[in-house]
Design a protein around this ligand. Structure first.
Ligand SMILES: *Cc1c(COP(=O)(O)O)cnc(C)c1O
Length: 246
């Protein structure tokens, strides 16, 4: 049962987020259709996510494979992005569930994903794969060299791009970063600028890196859009505060 009041509340929250994205695009001279919001649904129960889908929020982001699996069957019509760390023993299940994996942080993990995409989708064991059969991935970069954060070191990204380029069942869609915990949104800007310029440098070097930049969360997505984000990952601004981590 979907509660109409809940759908209405989420519709309004979605409209507010889209409106802020639009205004940020205006400031940056960008086309708003070049920005895709992922509704980050970690800790949000399936029942609310059915309302979210009804409100037009059908692209959901989860940071745990297990939690996404437990909810996916109860949320028809949703598409899922993985945005959290992926242990290699869960890579196969992740391939079966997620439309894209934004948090690939090593060439070894990419290699495993390539293998499982071929298995799960009954594709040839090696060689190139048609685009429609490939799994889109983003390489997560630890832009600020934060020891508490996952992601490739900036200086390792180019070689990871080269390695992934040889994996025919993956589509290297772009880069992802998590901003620092900052007192105000503007302070996150240097992280976003750094991710964009890193992606530009890699493409200028002729490496096959896609155009996606996943950056920006509830407190700073407008700044991220000004700096070129094509995917913003927004949780609390849509679903409200999460319960504290125990
Ligand atoms: C939780 C989470 C988000 C969303 O954070 P909010 O502050 O709720 O918008 C975005 N990205 C990642 C990787 C997350 O884990």
């Amino acid at each position: 049962m979907i509660e109409e009041a809940e759908v209405e509340r989420l519709r309004e929250a979605r409209a507010r987020v889209l409106e802020r994205i639009e205004r940020a695009c205006e400031r940056a001279g960008r086309d708003p259709s070049s920005v895709t919001p992922v509704a980050v649904s970690k800790t949000v129960p399936a029942q609310h996510l059915r309302a979210a889908v009804a409100a037009g929020l059908d692209l959901l982001g989860e940071n745990r494979v297990q939690e996404a699996e437990s909810k996916a069957g109860e949320v028809p019509g949703a598409r899922w992005h993985l945005i959290g760390p992926l242990q290699s023993n869960k890579a196969r299940r992740a391939v079966a569930l997620f439309e894209a994996i934004e948090s690939v942080d090593s060439a070894q993990l990419a290699d495993r994903l390539d293998r499982f995409v071929r298995e799960v989708r009954s594709l040839p064991a090696d060689g190139p794969v048609e685009r429609s059969g490939r799994l889109p991935i983003l390489l997560q970069v630890n832009v600020d060299a934060d020891p508490g954060k996952a992601g490739l070191a900036v200086e390792d990204v180019a070689s990871a791009v080269r390695a992934v380029a040889g994996l025919g069942a993956l589509d290297l869609a772009g880069l992802m970063a998590i901003g620092r915990l900052v007192p105000h949104a503007e302070a996150a800007r240097p992280t976003f600028t750094a991710l964009r310029t890193l992606a530009e440098r890699i493409r200028d070097a002729g490496l096959p890196l896609g155009a996606e930049l996943s950056m920006g969360m509830s407190d700073d997505y407008a700044v991220a859009v000004e700096e070129g984000a094509t995917i913003v990952r927004v949780g609390r601004a849509l679903f409200g505060e999460r319960p504290p981590v125990p």
